[in-house]
Each structure stands twice: as C-alpha cells, then as structure tokens.
Design a protein. Structure first.
Length: 272
C-alpha cells in the first residue's frame, strides 16, 4: 500500500515537525501571557502641569518606575509638576489575543514558505519541475481514510488558504475598531456641528412634506378628472335616451290586428 506524500513526509521528518509544533506551542503561550499581562488591574503614573494637562504618563505603581532624569531633561524639574497615580481594571483583550494567536504563526510560516519556494524556483527550477512531473498518483482504494484526507489537504494550495485565514483574522481585528473609531468621530462631529444636522433634518422634512403635497394635488386632480368623465358619460347617456322617439307598445301576450289604412276615394264633380 502506497502512502500519501504528507504521511511520508511526516514519517521522514518527525524531529523537524516536533520542533515546529513545540515552537508554535511556545509562541501561542507567549502571546497568551502578553494578553494576560495587559489585562487586570493596571496602574498609570501621570504628570500634570499647573493647568491640569497631562504632559507625560507611564505605567507603574511608584516613582521608581518613572524615568525621572529623562523627564527632567525635557520638561524641567519634577517638583514643578503634580504626579498622580491612576488605577483601573482592564478587561482581557480577547480580540487582540485571538487575532495575534492566528495571524502571527500563519504570517511567519507563510513568509518562511515563500522564501523557501522562491529560492527553489530561482535556483532549482529544473529539479522542481521534474519533481512535480514525476510524482506518482496514489491508486484508489490503496490508502486509508486518514491518508486520503491528508492527501487531499496536501493537494490544496496552502498559500490561498493561509491568505484567506490571515485576511479573516485581520478583518476581525480591523473592522470592529474601524466602526468604533468612526462612531467616536461621528459623535464628536455631531456634538461640535449639531446645527448642520438640524439643517439637514429640516431640509429632509421639507422635501418629504413637498412630495406629500404634490401627491395630494395629483390625487385630487385625478379624482376631479374621473368625476368629470363620469358626469360626461351620464350626460351622454341621458341625452341619447331623450332624443329617441317615444314608442307605444302593446301587451306582448295579445294578438294585434293589423289595420290597413286606405284613403277614401272622393268623387270629382263635373265642371259645367
């Protein structure tokens, strides 16, 4: 029974794949640890001037975490400013962790695979072409279900799949942030230029009322035209009934005698 290329590759390079799996696990663990460090209770040291404006801030609980010499070189003595400590609870950044856990390993593997494939195509193009043409096809029914599944996955274009997964992860991070950012900007713009929105709403209301008025005039004109047509039709029917001569009709169930009218003959008087 012939084994699929993927199972053959896995059996020949077990150590390499073990190292890759362990490296990915450690990378995912480090990403998760960084996400946990960014959540929970956070302390921020803020330096305020006399007007109450924040001119510098850094993370930390006490002044030992503050780079005082560097600050005094730029802003002067720290005694002239007010230092305050702000504490707040930061939720776990699930979206950031999820996107980083997917996109960072895939991006790293894609970059490595691209470099390797580019090197092979540029410097060993003939060997790559001969290797692709000489790959034997597995006979149907000669491999297990797991091997056939791995073989189908191996025949897919991993670059397309990885690119789609990468774009999906980035979109899951960018699109919600974009909508949130646009919402904040839109709210601030509305608060600052609210008269523009009221003017636009007034214009829209006026246009709607004008359209309703025009539709009312059109409906009224249509009703009037229909009424005039009905009046004209009734007038024509009435005039047509009046212009016809009156007819006397006898009962239909009796026989009517036909009387022929003959004019009487008058005798002519002889002339003398």
């Amino acid at each position: 029974m012939k084994s699929s290329p993927i199972t053959k590759l896995l059996s020949e390079h077990k150590a390499l794949f073990t190292i890759i799996v362990v490296g990915l696990f450690l990378l995912e663990l480090e990403i998760f640890a960084l996400a946990v460090m960014q959540s929970g209770k956070q302390s921020v040291l803020q330096v305020l001037d006399k007007q109450g404006h924040v001119i510098h801030e850094t993370s930390g609980d006490n002044l030992s975490d503050f780079n005082r010499p560097n600050f005094e070189k730029i802003f002067g003595s720290l005694d002239n400013y007010t230092v305050q400590l702000n504490k707040h609870d930061e939720p776990f950044p699930f979206r950031a962790w999820f996107v980083a856990a997917i996109c960072i390993p895939i991006g790293a593997m894609m970059l490595f695979a691209f470099v390797v494939k580019a090197y092979l195509v540029i410097f060993h193009a003939e060997k790559v072409a001969s290797g692709n043409s000489s790959d034997p096809l597995n006979e149907p029914g000669s491999e297990s279900k797991l091997e056939s599944t791995l073989d189908r996955i191996g025949r897919m274009n991993i670059f397309n799949i990885a690119f789609l997964v990468f774009i999906g992860g980035i979109s899951y991070w960018i699109i919600p942030n974009m909508f949130t950012y646009l919402g904040h900007i839109g709210f601030e713009f509305f608060v600052q230029y609210e008269w523009i929105f009221f003017v636009l709403i007034g214009i829209v209301i006026c246009v709607c009322l004008w359209i309703i008025y025009l539709r009312y005039l059109l409906a009224k004109r249509s009703i009037q035209s229909h009424t005039e047509l009905q009046k004209h039709r009734i007038s024509l029917e009435y005039n047509a009934g009046v212009d016809q001569p009156l007819q006397l009709e006898g009962p239909s169930d009796t026989d009517q005698d036909i009387i022929e009218y003959k004019p009487e003959e008058t005798e002519e008087t002889p002339t003398s």
